[in-house]
Design a protein around this ligand. Structure first.
Ligand code: ATP
Length: 207
């Protein structure tokens, strides 16, 4: 099974990295593909440039095994729609279950994503519970797709919804950016290599 972990990673932090390790182990994933977005449709432009976010991700992920940084959204023009990403991943991996991991905050906005119903044609959606973002139950669509055993995900290539508790780390990129702008110390919320990069490139100086 292939894990898909999209994000802005502005910057990548231990909330992301811990989640990536845990879901890789829990679901015995063959690989986790980290997919930084270029032009996120649902939020403001990232603070750091695309190439800087990618470099920080490379610094953070280089020690993780079975993790691949996938630049397909950066290489594509226009908005980074997950439906386009999943469709291209399905072409690359026609036979394997694809697991799209989203935090509960992202899941609560899922029904605003472009062609959101069709995401389930290409992948399962696995919701990682996240501090401060209890899951809001949106519609009957979820009831029809939810499964309660992780083993079900291996049986189908796509189409199921699963909730996976992970270690709760109340860390967010926006809080880290704010801390840096306020000249506070964000150590132990993100890797030192990423923090060194942020400092040497004077990133996030303004809130
Ligand atoms: P921002 O604070 O700028 O919105 P973020 O910290 O939420 O950023 P993103 O890159 O937007 O980071 O998140 C990518 C994915 O990682 C999303 O699915 C998000 O829910 C998930 N995620 C981010 N932080 C955590 C965390 N601490 N625990 C679990 N999942 C997380």
């Amino acid at each position: 099974m292939i894990g898909i972990f999209g994000g802005t990673f502005d910057p990548v932090h231990f909330g992301h990295l811990r989640a990536i390790i845990e879901v890789g182990e829990i679901f015995s994933l063959d690989q986790v593909r980290l997919i930084p977005n270029k032009t996120p449709p649902h939020r403001l432009e990232p603070s750091a440039s695309t190439s800087m976010r990618l470099e920080m991700l490379q610094l953070a992920a280089c020690t993780l095994s079975n993790v691949v940084i996938d630049t397909r959204e950066l290489d594509r023009d226009g908005a980074s729609y997950m439906i386009d990403t999943l469709s291209s991943l399905r072409s690359d991996f026609p036979e394997q279950p694809l697991l799209l991991f989203v935090g509960s905050d992202a899941f609560n906005g899922l029904t605003t994503w472009h062609r959101w119903c069709e995401l389930f044609d290409y992948a399962h959606v696995v919701v990682m519970t996240r501090p401060g973002s209890p899951v809001q139950w949106e519609n009957d669509f979820w009831d029809a797709r939810q499964v309660f055993e992780a083993g079900q995900l291996a049986r189908y290539k796509a189409g199921k919804l699963f909730f996976q508790p992970i270690t709760q780390l109340d860390i967010s990129a926006s809080a880290i950016r704010k801390m840096i702008a306020e000249k506070r110390d964000p150590r132990f919320l993100l890797p030192d290599t990423v923090l060194d990069y942020i400092q040497s490139h004077h990133l996030y100086q303004n809130a």
